[in-house]
Design a binder for this molecule. Structure first.
Ligand code: UD1
Length: 419
């Protein structure tokens, strides 16, 4: 797995039309929600990603049946056998913590190992735990294992999050859906993926309102039922392909996207002097003029600029004329693309939360190591723009969030292969 590399012959324009696949950050909590639902589910626009495979392994270990045909994933969660997630599956994917709310919501008991840190730095779950406790959960931590129980009937609570954590909002929603009372989450995350989870749960018979705003209201229902549901498009993957066109001076038309979810990233591309045209379910971008620096890009919770797009924009800004500044406000360890981009000749100084990028006229090929999913995507973008050959190792990080990355880019004119 670790020997696999992407081999890129750079300097070719990325241009053409591409359909964007379903969102990783939406399908993962929705897969957890199928467990809560106890029925038969059919998810369409479901991306074939290694993280999705990990989530189906968790469902399988809990006794559910999963079957994929093309982009349709069917889950039968009527019979379950377990309330415990094996430790190696928790390690495989940190975001499996979202199964906690779903398992508790269905079985009223869940055991899983503490997720610990990840490539992006510490991944605390204190806000998840405090929220679930407000719903009445009892949580005991013993040698890194969390043993959680939830009362048979959840009578509701008002939970104010200290910060709008995406995962904590999802876990509380999942644990509160079945019950008798009303739960209000204040300062909830507003990400479109939260609205997609609420949309799925409502399609299964839940009563959730306010999703997309900072106050989410969950009125408890007695039971849920099976449903068919299309996964929303991946706005981070969409921004990656826009970045690929931008950094190579090309043009792309994305289809199957929701431009209204991408306002802050589209606005940063516009500030770089790119022509950006959003249509109802498409976005066209063209890099006919020289790229220019952006004074400051600050990551913040939705609707602010997404932290997941930050490394991608960093790669593009590395060849934009002038000095750009990026302030990373969400994760501690999210400038790991910077030293690798510097190996291509970029001029980036990153310290603490701030990175200063002096645009250079050109990049040249080098051997690079992906350190996490989005940093990996940023290195591919650097390689596409660089003269000569670039290799990117640790491709397994990239496969967590991009379906057949090299095939997609080849269809847009890139010379890239997996070796
Ligand atoms: C989700 C996304 C991830 C994205 C992130 C921020 C998924 C599978 N992952 O991650 O791609 O980068 O949102 O948009 O959807 N925090 C705490 N205590 C907690 C929970 C979070 O301090 O209990 C902190 C985190 O350390 C981080 C910040 O809050 O600094 C945001 O984290 P959160 O919104 O929870 O991100 P995730 O749900 O983990």
């Amino acid at each position: 797995m670790t020997n696999t590399r992407l081999y890129i012959e750079g300097g070719r324009k990325i241009s053409g039309e591409i359909r964007v696949h379903g969102a990783k950050n939406s399908v993962l909590p929705i897969l957890a929600a199928t467990f809560l639902g106890a029925g038969e589910f059919k998810l369409s626009n479901c991306p074939a990603l290694s993280d999705v495979f990990s989530a189906t392994k968790i469902l399988g270990s809990l006794g559910c049946k999963c079957r994929r045909t093309a982009d349709i994933l069917e889950v039968d969660s009527r019979t379950v056998t377990d309330c415990e997630i094996p430790e190696q599956l928790m390690r495989e994917m940190r975001s499996s913590i979202v199964f906690l709310g779903a398992i508790l919501g269905r079985l009223r008991r869940c055991r899983l190992s503490f997720p610990g840190g990840c490539e992006l730095g510490p991944r605390p779950i204190d806000i998840h735990i405090a929220g679930l406790k407000k719903l009445g959960a009892k949580i005991i931590e013993d040698h890194g294992v969390l043993d959680c129980t939830l009362p048979e009937t959840v009578t509701g609570a008002v939970i104010t999050l200290p910060l709008p954590s995406v995962g904590a909002t999802e876990n509380i929603m999942l644990a509160a859906v079945k019950g008798t009372g009303q739960t209000v989450i204040q300062n909830a995350a507003r990400e479109p993926e939260i609205s997609d989870l609420a949309g799925f749960l409502n399609a299964c018979g839940a009563n959730i309102s306010g999703q997309g705003s900072s106050t989410v209201v969950i009125k408890g229902v007695e039971r849920l039922h099976g449903a068919e549901y299309p996964i929303m498009p991946d706005r981070i993957v969409a921004a990656t392909w826009l970045g690929a066109a931008a950094i190579t001076g090309g043009e792309v038309m994305l289809s199957g996207v929701r431009p209204e979810d991408m306002h802050s990233s589209l606005s940063v591309f516009e500030q770089m002097n790119l022509s950006v045209y959003p249509y109802s379910d498409r976005v066209y971008i063209s890099a006919k003029k020289p790229l220019c620096a952006v004074k400051t890009v600050r990551t913040s919770p939705y609707p602010g600029f997404p932290t997941d797009c930050q490394p991608i924009v960093m790669a593009v800004l590395s060849v934009a004329r002038g000095t750009s500044v990026i302030v990373e406000n969400i994760f501690e360890n999210r400038f790991r693309a910077a030293p690798e981009l510097c190996r291509l000749g970029a001029d980036i100084k990153a310290e603490g939360k701030v990175a200063v990028i002096e645009g250079v006229p050109r990049l040249s090929g080098a051997q690079l190591v992906a350190t996490d999913l989005r940093a990996g995507a940023a290195l591919i973008l650097g390689g596409l723009a660089a003269e000569g050959t670039t290799t990117v190792s640790n491709v397994h990080y990239i496969d967590r969030g991009y379906e057949s990355v090299e095939e997609t880019l080849r269809s847009l004119g890139a010379k890239i292969k997996r070796i």
